[in-house]
Design a protein around this ligand. Structure first.
Ligand code: DHB
Length: 305
């Protein structure tokens, strides 16, 4: 039996799968369900300073190979969410607190609140593709990414992960900026900004008009981003985007990811997808003679010029 364990910035994971932010992570109870289903770590919902109700509906559109969503960063606010983290912490997996904010001070303050709530690391949502004043609106330039990462690093002692947007001409520049600002790891990618129009209704389907595209359709973009980032930075890369099988997780690992996040696959397959993906990674390793995950990390770069 091969070993799927991996250590990311001191976070000890029994396997390389993490729950991606935004799915089944609104409550402590739902996070416990995901941990029980086999996730190696849990990323919380993106939490802000104050409670937010989010956008009016429709908030999600199902497409053949993707989902388009614009929830509007709904969350109970950091103060109320601390109780959910306390409950999630009873699971035996690392909990990573995701935060969003409108300025580096606000994000740093939220990261501190997350640390006080007991999370093992913080993930900065610098990449929600459509929220006014948040996410990609403040995370699309290398200068801002560096400034925010530095402000957070000066405020917390736990590892800081920067979740980057692919809605840019150079995600590599954002990754380099995160590293320069002191981020301990980068997470790539968040959703792609998209729109669906109903020809009959003559209007965009989503209440917010624009949304974030996720699921199998974006996997080649995620894999490409991880591949490029891996060659440009020396901090760990966490891959996310369209993974629903072990083989697809291995694609990201071979592109250079040390761990992967799963979100949209849960929509179709439920939390059991974590156990399934881990078994399939294991089967792949057995079949091709790998004994450790590290033997697969970044191997797709070898022999290329
Ligand atoms: C939302 C946030 C995201 O970071 C994302 O990628 C998609 C949607 C939201 O809350 O609307």
């Amino acid at each position: 039996m091969t070993n799927l364990a991996v250590d990311i910035c001191g976070l000890r994971m029994k396997n390389p799968t993490m729950l991606a932010s935004g799915v089944l992570d609104e409550t402590g109870k739902s996070m416990l369900v995901v941990a029980k289903a086999g996730a190696g770590a849990i990323v919380t919902k993106s939490i802000g300073k104050e409670p937010r109700v989010g956008h009016s509906g429709p908030t999600i559109v199902e497409l053949p190979q993707a989902l388009l969503n614009a929830m509007g960063l709904p969350n109970p606010g950091i103060e109320a969410y601390a109780a959910e983290i306390a409950e999630a912490k009873t699971a035996e997996v690392p909990i990573i607190g995701s935060v969003f904010g409108g300025s580096e001070q606000e994000i740093a303050e939220l990261a501190k609140n997350m640390q006080e709530a007991g999370v093992e690391a913080v993930e900065l949502n610098l990449s929600c593709p459509h929220a006014k004043g948040y996410g990609a609106e403040i995370g699309s330039t290398p200068e801002m990414v560096e400034t925010i990462c530095r402000a957070v690093k000066e405020t917390v002692t736990i590892p800081v992960f920067a979740k980057l947007t692919p809605n840019t001409s150079s995600i590599v520049s954002l990754a380099k900026a995160a590293e320069k600002g002191g981020a301990d790891a980068v997470v790539a990618i968040n959703t792609l900004k998209g729109m669906v129009i109903s020809p009959e209704a003559k209007m965009p389907v989503l209440g917010n008009r624009y949304g974030g595209l996720s699921g199998p359709a974006i996997r080649p973009i995620g894999v490409r981003c991880v591949y490029e980032i891996y060659e440009a930075v020396s901090i760990p890369v966490i891959g996310v985007g369209g993974i629903s099988t072990g083989r697809e997780a291995v694609e990201y690992l071979m592109a250079g990811a040390k761990a992967v996040q799963i979100g949209t696959a849960i929509w179709k397959e439920g939390p059991e997808v974590f156990g399934k993906i881990c078994r399939e990674i294991q089967d792949f390793m057995d079949e091709f003679g790998y004994t450790k995950l590290s033997e697969m990390t970044g191997v797709a770069h070898h022999g290329r010029t």
